[in-house]
Write a protein that binds this ligand. Sequence first.
Ligand code: ZN
Length: 171
Amino acid sequence: MVKISDERLDEFIELSTEKNIEYKDRQEAYEAANNLVGFFELLHKIDHQEQMRKRRLENEPNGFPIEGSGRNCRLCRQSVQEDMWYDKYGMKCLDCQKAVDEGDVPVEIFDDEDSYITSDELSCKHGIRHQTIKKHIHTGELLPSYIRGNRKLTILIRKENPNLDQILSLK
Ligand SMILES: [Zn+2]
């Protein structure tokens, strides 16, 4: 916990009031301010770790392993507990890393996170069943890229699937 001076707390309460945020007493305002400080400390820590990793890449341009500990894979966007791989495209689970290394997915997709959609996202966010996706793949209307290994995931790259939006709207 960081010590917030009375003076700083007064400023915090004043700024909050300007934003129409009221606290029932100084204690509540103090806790809110403290949470905010904690939040920024966390952001700073995350940023610092990212800077350290970037610096390490200068000596290890092909990347290096990092602990998953629940971080999200940059490609399949799933939470990963086991080891991951970090390189200039970010953190990836080992299955996704393999798909990148073997050229199953083009690295351009890292330029824009909307440039592709995973089969999981299609079923969770758009309510499209896996069976339906498979059917469209079978008929050749959708051209999939595959993440193999334990995760077994289908990725649909928008550029390679001009029909995607139409199929999404039909369901
Ligand atoms: Zn992944």
